[in-house]
Design a protein around this ligand. Structure first.
Ligand code: LLP
Length: 432
């Protein structure tokens, strides 16, 4: 019923995360509240590090995809676990560096980098650019040449794999706005041109096929496509890629209906497949980079809300309203994303109350779940939404002038505030 190993029920009949009573956390820090379990984040990181060390070529490494959850205090944790990081904007670069992260270990993504963005990243000595398109390639080479430096790059290519995830988070198809397509012949031209330019140094390829993927086969197909492409580029342009960056995308369990995957087993299969392909083709083993975001932080987070009421519309449906919603978790409104929810105050009672959980915004789409079963709440009960560590805080907004909630980190039976709640003053701070 509780989905994740770090959740439990204590003697008071309350939900716990990392051994900490969620009702006490909400009372101490206020609500709504994002709670992250540092020990779980570290366990997730270690699963990647251990499996990649065991099954992938030497020099392979994971890059944490900060888009899933980005704030200063997270970077020392992922750094301590031996991760590099994927950043997608100057804002993420700024945050990572403010968190003490070594910019040489940053890989800079993004499909719409301006000259300002490129300059910002070069000013900060970013390790790698992941170049998305021709325009960026030319602009980067020009700016790097003005600075008299040679920038390491990977080229983002689209390998035309549809991993059958939701349309909006599916990025590997030929018609995707990210990267340059192999199948149209344009990716080969991308390689040719980058080899011609003096101020970029091509190190390998990047491709990302999508997010929340439960099967391993699309990743094995991706390796095949990259390998075929790399072989062709070696033949045509005498360029042997030393790095294959396979992007992120391993799926996580949000409800009991999601079959959990084994990250270790996925990485083992990737490694075996890669080794076999390299043996068969004589291509030297490339270093593999993976860019997990969701599978590092999702199951480490819960969001706690206070129930503001129960509205029963006779003959229709029951609403449970809470003091947050689409401003702190837009994933239901955007994707109809499913979550598991519990009444953290009454977790030992039967989950038998059929309801729709609505947020506080003046918007009929402000819902966190429809037609779910909860332990029947009363006003002021704490509702916990499980698995909210990824793409919740990072996608939060101030719609309806709702301040963003605080975030608390728990570890080893203690809690600490890592993000304070926004104040009304914070919200008008930029307004002149
Ligand atoms: N690398 C690249 C280039 C990506 O585009 C993404 C995610 C990742 C890595 C991390 O993927 P992950 O391991 O987290 O699946 N907002 C959506 C998810 C968008 C993902 C976009 N790219 C959601 O809330 O489900």
């Amino acid at each position: 019923m509780l989905l994740y190993e770090n959740l439990g029920i204590n003697d008071a009949g309350h939900l716990t995360i990392g051994g900490m009573d969620t009702i006490d956390l909400a009372a101490e820090y206020g609500d709504p509240l994002y709670v992250m379990d540092e020990d779980q984040i570290r366990r997730n990181c270690r699963t990647y590090i251990d499996a990649m060390t065991k099954y992938l070529p030497e020099g392979s490494r994971p890059l944490y995809a900060g888009k899933a959850l980005c704030f200063k205090g997270l970077y020392p944790i992922i750094d301590g676990e031996g991760f590099s990081a994927d950043v997608v904007s100057p804002g993420e670069i700024y945050t990572a560096i403010a968190g003490g992260f070594d910019p040489a270990k940053l890989y800079y993504h993004g499909t719409a980098k301006t000259d300002w963005d490129i300059n910002y990243a070069l000013d900060n000595n970013i390790g790698y650019f992941i170049v998305d398109n021709y325009n960026e390639l030319e602009a980067l080479d020009k700016i790097a040449s003005e600075r008299g430096l040679i920038q390491n790059i990977l080229l983002r290519i689209t390998v035309g794999i549809d991993p059958h995830t939701q349309e909006k988070i599916n990025t590997g198809r030929i018609d995707s706005q990210f990267g340059v397509a192999v199948d149209t012949g344009q990716a080969a031209e991308f390689v040719r041109r980058s080899r011609e330019l003096r101020n970029v140094r091509l190190m390998g390829y990047h491709s990302h096929i999508g997010s929340q993927i439960f099967e391993i086969q699309p990743f094995l197909d991706q390796v095949d496509k990259l390998m075929d492409f790399a072989l062709e580029m070696r033949e045509r342009f005498d360029f042997t890629a030393g790095i294959f960056n396979l992007g992120g995308g391993f799926g996580v369990q949000y409800t009991e209906l999601d079959q959990p995957i084994s990250i270790e087993d996925n990485i083992r299969q990737l490694g075996e497949h890669l080794n076999a392909r390299c043996r068969e083709t004589g291509f030297p083993l490339p270093k593999i980079l993976l860019e997990p975001g969701r599978s590092i932080v999702a199951n480490a987070g819960v969001t706690l809300y206070k129930t503001t009421g129960v509205k029963e519309i006779d003959g229709y449906l029951n609403y449970v309203t809470v003091d947050g919603g689409m401003t702190d978790n837009i994933r239901f409104a955007l994707y109809k994303a499913d979550y598991t929810m519990v009444n953290a105050s009454r977790i030992t009672q039967p989950r038998s109350y059929l309801c729709t959980v609505a947020g506080r915004c003046c918007e009929s789409g402000d819902r966190i779940a429809e037609d779910i079963l909860l332990q029947k709440p009363e006003r002021d009960d704490i509702i916990a939404v499980l698995g909210t560590g990824a793409y919740n805080y990072s996608m939060a907004s101030n719609y309806n002038r709702v301040p963003k909630p605080a975030m608390v980190m728990v570890s080893g039976g203690r809690s600490r505030l890592v993000i304070r709640a926004q104040t009304f003053e914070d919200m008008i701070a930029c307004e002149l």
